[in-house]
Design a protein around this ligand. Sequence first.
Ligand code: ADP
Ligand code: MG
Length: 631
Amino acid sequence: MTNIIKLLPDHVANQIAAGEVVQRPASVVKELLENAIDAGASSIKLIVKEAGKTLIQIIDDGKGMSDTDARMCFERHATSKITTADDLFNLSTKGFRGEALASIAAVAHVDLKTRPERIDVGTHIEIEGSKIIKQEVCATPKGTSLSVKNLFFNIPARRNFLKSNSVELRHIIDEFQRVALAHPDLSFAMYHNEGELFQLPSGNLKQRIVNIFGGKTNEKLVPVKEETDILIIDGFVVKPEFSKKTRGEQFFFVNDRFIKSPYLNHAVTAAFDGLLPDRARASYFLYLKVDPSTIDINIHPTKTEIKFDDEHALYAMLRSTIKHSLGQFSIAPVLDFNRDSELDTPYDYKNKGVVTPKIEVDRTFNPFENVPAPKKGMQRPDYQKPSAEGWEKMYEGIQNKPSRTSTLIIEKEAQTGNIFESDMNGGAIVSAFAKADSSSSITTSEASTYQLNNKYIVSTIKSGMVIIHQHRAHQRVLYEEFLRNITVKESVSQQLLFPLTLTYTTTELALIEELKEGLENTGFLFGTISGDIVEICGIPTSITEGQVPVVIEQLLGDLENEVSDSGFSQTDTLAKSMAKSLAVKGGESLDALSREHLVNSLFACKEPSISPSNKTTFITMTGDELERKFK
Ligand code: ADP
Ligand code: MG
C-alpha cells in the first residue's frame, strides 16, 4: 500500500494557523499594536480604510528590525521574545507565540518598512499569501511601518463572512481602545478613511480615559486602589448612576494586558450590589498587577483569557476594594433621593456623638396616584391609550369572583377602573376560562384577549387558545414594518420643530456616521454632525422624540454585542435593533385595544411564529389538548 501522509507545505500550515489568530481585521490591529509596544515604541499610529477590509497600517517609532529579522519575522514560530518554555512563566511582552506575522502574511498583502536606529538604510519587504515578492533597501524613518492590505484576499469564504463596516470598525476601535488604555504613557492616533478618530497624547490614566470617552467622563470616575502581597489594584470604577443599560465600559487589565474575565466581572458587579439601577451594567477600568509566574496567558490563541493561580483570593480582594472605594466616596447614599446628609458618615468619623435617626413620612403620598399612566413621551406609537369612557365595556361579561386555589393564586379583577390594570391583568385570565366554560365549548369564540403576568397575551381562537409573548410578537411586527419601509423606500419622516441635539463619544460618532445612510432609510433626518454633537431634524413616524436616544443607544449596543449582527445587511441589523428597543416589553400592561391590535398585526406578518431573533412568538393549545388535560 502506498503511504498517504504528507507534511503540509508551510503556506498551507500558515493559512490554517491564521484561522486561529486572524478572525477579522480587528485581530490584525491587535497583533500589530502589540508588536509595536513590544518594540518599545513611544508613538503609535493606526490607519484604517474601509473598516480594515482594504487597509490596516501601523506606524511605530520602536526599535525596528534588521534586514534578516525583517525576513525572519514572517516565519512561523519566529519570535525574539522567548527562547525557552520557562520564559512562558515570566512574560513581560505582549507577544510570544511568533505566529502573528506568519499568519497575517498568509492571508493578506503585507508591506513592511523597517529600520533600527543605528542603521542608515531600512528594509522594504512585500509579501502576498506567504510569498515574498519584493525585498529591497529603502529610506524610512526609525521604527516600523506595516501595512496589511486586502485581508483574506485568498480565502473568499472568510472575506464574505466579515460583517458590515460598522461592526468591523466597532471591533477595531475596541482593540485600539484596549491597547491605548493599557498604555497611557504612550501616544496613539487612529485614522479611519482619512478622518481622525483619536488623537491621544501620552499622559496619566485618567487623562487617557477622558481623552477616549469624552470630557464628561472625568466627573463619573471613582478611584480604586489597593496593594497587597499578591495583588496591586489600580484604576477607576464609574459611579453607579452613570452606568449604562445595554453597554458598559468594562476593562480589566492584568499586567498591562487586556483580558476578559466573567469571574472577575462578577466580583465587580457584586461590589456594586444594590447600587446599580435595574439591569444596568457596571463600568470600570481596572488594572491588576500580579506576579507573572502566578498566571497562565497561554490558554487562548488571542491571549485575552488567562488563568490565575488563586482566583478566589483575587475575587475577594477585588470585591472588597471596590466596595470600599464606593463607600469612601459616598456613592451609595447618593442614589437615595431623600438623603439625610447626616447619614454620610465618613470612615474616620469615629468619636462623634450618635445622631438620632429621623423618620420622614410623606403624608400626601398616594400609592394609587401614578400606577396606570405610562410615562408621557414613552407611549408606544402602536398602542392607543386606554380611554376613560367605555372602560366598563372591556370588563363586560367578566365574572367578579375572587379565585384562589392552592397552587395558583390569582387576584380578582377589580372593577374600580383603570388604576388597577397594570397589577391585576392576570385576573382577566380567570375570566377568560370562566367565559370559555360558560360557552361550554372553546371551539367557537369571538376574538377576546387577556393579559397574563403583563407578559403574555392570551386569546381564544377557533381551534382553541393562543398564548402570545408580547415583547417578541411586537418585535416581529415592528421588524417587518421597518424592513418594508426601508426596502420600498416609503419611510416617512416627521420633521422636528426643534432639532434634537445629542452628544456622543468619538467611537459612537464614528459608528453613527457609518450607519447614517441606513438610519436615513428608516426615516431619520440628520442635520450637522460636528464635534461630539449630532443634530437630528427628523425621525421615523413610528417613534417618538423621547425614544430616539434609547433607539440609538440600543443600536450602538447591538453592534458591540453583535446581538443582531447576523451577517445580513445593515438594513436588517437596523430593523432588528429598532424593533427590539421599541417593542413593548414584558411587564408592561396593555389595554384591550392594544392587545387586539398586536394580535391582529402579528398574524398579518409574513413570519408570525418567530421573533426577529428566531425565538418562538406564540404557542397554541387546541380544544382537544385541553380536553386531554382534564381527563
Ligand atoms: P511575537 O510577537 O509573538 O514574537 P510576531 O509574529 O508578532 O510574533 O512577530 C515576530 C517577531 O517580529 C517579533 O518577535 C519581533 O521580534 C519582530 N517584530 C514584529 N513587529 C515588530 C515591530 N513593529 N518592530 C520591531 N520588531 C517587530
Ligand atoms: Mg506579536
